[in-house]
Design a protein around this ligand. Structure first.
Ligand code: ADP
Ligand code: MG
Length: 197
């Protein structure tokens, strides 16, 4: 008989901590970790290079096929991490989707340290502020399996611990937990963050 396994997706805007937290979570759960960005690079699952952003464009059809193959041929818990994870893994195969959230001011620090600037920086901050990733996830998966984790002000260990509590059902799995737009508006900082680009 096939072992019961959990398929967990970890998603969110670039810089929220997906890769870091997923790898630690995977080691704690004894799960297989798959980072979509790494998989795409390693197996060259790409269509073309976006000159504007100087990034590789993943071929989502190839990525999706490859991930389904991995799901079919592996056993045990699996954590699949990437900002478009819900677009490349069929919803029926997924148990839990973590959407990591990070306060835009903190996210700006992380992205600047990573060398993001100009359009690329403001686009990603806007995406976090406007819940772009969360809305994508909700439209792909409904609300039931979707658990947002606000990592703002938390250490890596604390954030992972919260994910484990949710998986063990000792903490509620919820979405709609942050309101960056309202927060920035209250602080009079919306114009600072949502720039024209
Ligand atoms: P993503 O994969 O979502 O782009 P990363 O895992 O690469 O994000 O994390 C972005 C940066 O933030 C890294 O430098 C990482 O060490 C740091 N980081 C991640 N989570 C936390 C946290 N909870 N507290 C402090 N720094 C963190
Ligand atoms: Mg990453």
């Amino acid at each position: 008989m096939k072992k019961i396994r959990k398929v967990i997706l970890v998603t969110g805007t670039p810089g929220v901590g997906k890769t870091t937290l997923s790898q630690i979570l995977a080691s704690k759960l004894d799960a297989l970790y798959i980072g979509i960005t790494e998989l795409v690079k390693k197996e060259k699952l790409i269509t073309s290079i976006d000159d504007d952003r100087k990034t590789l464009i993943a071929d989502t059809e190839k990525v999706s096929k490859r991930l389904q193959e991995i799901l079919k041929t592996s056993e045990g818990n699996i954590i699949i991490e990437g900002h478009y994870a819900v677009d490349v893994v069929p919803e029926k195969d997924v148990n839990t989707v973590f959407v990591l959230r990070r306060d835009p001011a903190e996210l700006m620090d992380v992205l600047e340290k990573r060398g993001f600037e100009g359009k690329k920086l403001w686009e990603n901050l806007a995406a976090e502020i406007l819940d772009v990733c969360l809305l994508d996830v909700l439209s792909a998966c409904g609300t039931e399996k979707v658990c947002e984790i606000d990592v703002s002000g938390k250490t890596i260990e604390e954030a992972v611990e919260e994910m484990i509590l949710v998986l063990e059902k000792r903490k509620a799995c919820r979405s709609g937990i942050v309101d960056w737009l309202g927060k920035l508006e209250n602080e009079g900082q919306l114009g600072e963050f949502l720039r024209d680009f």
